[in-house]
Design a protein around this ligand. Structure first.
Ligand code: COA
Length: 257
């Protein structure tokens, strides 16, 4: 078991905290391996994941000491890329709580989440070109989808980092809250998701992740499966019966008056 990734079962979700504060939670091979093990668990358990960092930062990047030693075959193996792709593809939603530095690979891990919540200390972006490499773990294709081509190009070509207010204005985070409130918001979101039909949530995530060419066929296929589900029947019947009960009560009330 990894000591640098703390995993807590919070009922509605798993909370995974990157826990290498002395290195600002820089993502090394041990953390990558721990994230893969977490994905293997979540692919089976199908739970919402909340990702956070300890010590006031999310993650200040891939571990530069390890990056410096990597060579072409390591780049081609996509060590971080494959890990973050697997997180992106988790069946249930992933929520990232972003405190302090979320840089380089740390930012790319955040981009892999479905929902991002910032804190006032957030500094996010991709300084990779300053280190002689590119942001190859998702930023070049995911950041433009999140913030638009122009800002993504500016960030990736100049290494400009965004503060919390800029990240909020760009839609890179959906809220900026003090750390405790940010974690509480992530918990609320996970609890709200837990009340929904997990099959419908997972189908929604699959359609959101599908390439443009897959639409609208993928929605129709997913919906066809859900239209046959017992859970859809149960939820819609419960809604209609609740309505007819309350409408019936209202009518009876009127009749009595
Ligand atoms: N990889 C490896 N170690 C890292 C790291 C990273 N990405 N980011 C921070 N650390 C380590 C530092 O080396 C330092 O370790 P040490 O105490 O053993 O020397 C420790 O974390 C604390 O960092 P430090 O630089 O002393 O803190 P700071 O407050 O002065 O600066 C940052 C914080 C994040 C601005 C600075 O550490 C930094 O620029 N990190 C690299 C960011 C980056 O380029 N990331 C992209 C990588 S793909």
């Amino acid at each position: 078991m990894s000591t640098s990734l703390r995993i807590e079962d919070r009922g509605s979700h798993l909370l995974a905290t990157l826990d290498r504060p002395e290195k600002r939670n820089a993502i090394d091979q041990e953390l990558v391996d721990a994230l893969h093990a977490l994905c293997a668990r979540l692919e089976v358990e199908r739970r919402t994941l909340v990702l956070a960092g300890s010590g006031g930062d999310f993650a200040a990047g891939a571990d530069i000491a390890q990056l410096r030693e990597r060579r072409a075959p390591d780049a081609l193996a996509g060590i971080n890329t494959r890990c973050f792709q697997r997180i992106r593809a988790l069946p249930m939603p992933v929520i990232a709580v972003l405190e302090g530095y979320a840089l380089g690979g740390g930012a790319e891990l955040a981009y892999a989440a479905d929902i991002r919540i910032g804190t006032p200390s957030l500094t996010i972006g991709n300084p990779e070109t300053g280190l002689g490499i590119i942001a190859a773990a998702g930023a070049t294709w995911r950041l433009p989808q999140i913030v638009g081509d122009a800002l993504a190009a500016e960030m990736l070509l100049t290494g400009r980092l965004l503060d919390a207010a800029e990240a909020l204005a760009a839609g890179l985070v959906s809220a900026v809250l003090e750390p405790e409130a940010a974690l509480a918001r992530a918990t609320e979101i996970a609890e709200r998701i837990a009340k929904l039909d997990p099959a419908a949530t997972q189908a929604t995530k699959r359609t959101l992740l599908a390439p443009a060419s897959a639409h609208p066929a993928i929605e129709l296929q997913e919906q066809a499966v859900l239209f046959e589900s017992d859970e859809k029947q149960r939820r819609m019947t419960a809604f209609l019966e609740r309505r007819s009960r309350s409408t019936g009560a209202a009518t009876e009330g009127k009749a009595r008056r």
